[in-house]
Design a protein around this ligand. Structure first.
Ligand code: HEM
Length: 494
């Protein structure tokens, strides 16, 4: 009898919640039918940025879905993204509160996954000034050059062979990020280097697609093996970062800021001296979390950009030749490209824009959440609704780009080969209050790495292979648009 009562009670609760959600939906953007409990879960599988484009045909450029029992609003056009992220930037500046984020951010002490709050604002401000300072300083360039020289030597040994460069690019970029974050450049066989790489890859594997408890918060108290593994991974990773932070504090010299950690310590000290901040939000735990953001925000993204770039250039030899010829005339062949060369290499910059547009590395950005009850296009959006900007849709909209599936850097240049103002619809780093604060570092790294590689090698598709497939690999899921595994042949240009 009691089993029957519990079952009837639960079914009634589920139906009442479902009906209440349906009533709430009347004033929200339209969307497809959703089931009790699972909602539209199946529409989020695979590569949902494609599914969402299909859904715009029926529901328009802004629509509502249910991810389990969580409300999600998807933005599929420049207009809706700008209205939400730029015009109503505070209303849309939150992040969903998820168990995945809590496990890795020691309860929300980082920047990327923390909700909109005074502490987030403070840390973001410090991070922004630290990364800007680092991106314009001389250390970034010399760090990249050192790592690049090693990789160029290694690539030279593989001249003429058919190779998959994924692992090499991963190690190259990871090393560049390590030296940006805490000034250490590792040998490829260094134990700590390989531990860091393994921890990052394991973390992405275990948590890449999030936990069920993220969309069913009632499951949060359940101690699952995945959460246990995640906590262990986070502990080990943060332990290494913590030791580097400690060493930086002991050896800190304000007249020689070596890396982002030093820039952060300096920004922290300045903030303390100004005395206007709550020092309880300036702990080493926060700082360690910020450094972790550099890893999780900067590695995969930059690796994917370089991998897309090599694939697009190998598949378009005439464009690769133009990039190389411009580097030859602006830089020559006796030194690696430097940041000051960016001003005299507009074609290279245009090619990087085009890689970021066609590749759309973070196709759904990082989900936002509304901080208050708000409106969009006259529809109501309740506080706490998850917001997904479909950057892939913006970057592949035929109405904006004409021929979105063609790799054509010229679209960012005028008839004299000079840069045109950056189109508003190009936003690989998103927009508004939470737009990527690592943009300056990412652009500097990409220019130096790609410039050095194209200056040194000609990349070609192996003989006998047809044109490569540019559709993103399914392994990237909803988080990343990454190229499918591919091989190239390298010929030395020097
Ligand atoms: C090509 C490389 C990169 C791409 C395409 C990229 C893209 C993005 C995107 C789309 C977001 C979400 C912004 C939003 O919610 O509106 C983001 C956030 C973020 N990125 Fe990047 N990123 C890149 C490189 C980097 C690098 C190198 C760093 C660190 C040095 C970094 C650190 C962060 C952080 C900390 C956030 C969270 C910002 C916040 O929540 O306030 N990113 N990035």
């Amino acid at each position: 009898m009691w089993l029957m009562t519990i079952t009837v009670g639960l079914v009634t609760l589920v139906l009442v919640t479902w009906l209440r959600d349906y009533v709430k939906r009347w004033r929200m953007p339209p969307g497809p039918f959703f089931w009790p409990i699972i909602g539209n879960l199946f529409l989020f599988g695979g590569q949902p940025f494609f599914t969402f484009i299909e859904l715009t045909k029926r529901y328009g450029d802004v629509f509502s879905l249910k991810l389990g029992m969580t409300d999600v609003v998807v933005l599929n056009s420049l207009d809706t993204v700008r209205e939400a992220l730029v015009k109503k930037s505070v209303d849309f500046a939150g992040r969903p509160k998820t168990l995945t984020a809590d496990v890795f951010t020691e309860g929300g002490k980082d920047i990327a996954f923390t909700d909109y709050s005074p502490t987030w604002k403070l840390h973001r401000k410090l991070f922004h000034s630290a990364t800007r300072g680092f991106a314009s300083g001389k250390n970034l360039q010399s760090n990249v050059h050192e790592s690049l020289e090693e990789t160029i030597a290694e690539f030279s040994k593989m001249e003429g062979r058919v190779v998959d460069l994924e692992e090499y690019i991963y190690n190259l970029v990871y090393n560049v990020i390590c030296s940006a974050a805490f000034g250490v450049r590792y040998n490829m066989d260094d134990e700590e280097f390989n531990t860091l790489i393994k921890l990052t890859k394991d973390t992405n594997e275990v948590f890449g697609q999030g936990l069920l408890a993220d969309v069913y918060p009632l499951l949060r108290p359940l101690p699952t093996p995945t959460i246990y593994t995640g906590k262990k991974l986070a502990e080990q990773f943060l332990g290494i970062l913590g030791r580097h932070l400690e060493h930086h504090r002991e050896t800190f010299d304000p007249s020689n800021l070596r890396d982002i950690t030093d820039h952060m310590i300096k920004a922290q000290k300045d903030a303390e001296e100004e005395g206007i901040y709550d020092v309880t939000s300036l702990t080493d735990c926060h700082l360690r979390q910020t450094i972790a953001d550099v890893f999780f925000g900067g590695t995969d993204t930059t690796i994917i950009v370089i991998r897309w770039a090599i694939l697009f250039l190998a598949a378009h030899p005439e464009i690769q030749e133009k990039v190389a010829a411009e580097l030859d005339s602006a830089v020559g062949r006796d030194r690696l490209p430097e940041l000051s060369d960016r001003e005299t290499t507009p074609y290279m910059e245009a090619a990087i824009h085009e890689v970021m547009r066609m590749g759309s590395i973070a196709p759904l950005s990082i989900p936002r959440a509304t901080t208050v009850d708000t409106t969009l296009r006259g529809y109501q959006i309740p506080k706490g609704t998850w917001i997904m900007p479909n950057l892939w849709a913006l970057h592949h909209d035929p109405a904006t780009w004409g021929d979105p599936d063609v790799f054509r850097p010229e679209r960012f240049l005028d008839e004299n080969g000079m840069p045109v103002p950056k189109p508003a619809a190009l936003m690989p780093f998103s927009a508004g209050r939470r737009a990527c604060p690592g943009e300056a570092v990412a652009k500097a790294d990409t220019f130096l790495l790609l410039g050095g590689l194209v200056q040194s090698f000609r990349f070609t598709i192996p003989e006998g292979e047809g044109p490569p497939d540019f559709s993103p690999d399914e392994r990237g899921g909803s988080n990343f648009s990454l190229p499918s595994p591919y091989k190239v042949v390298m010929t030395c240009r020097k």
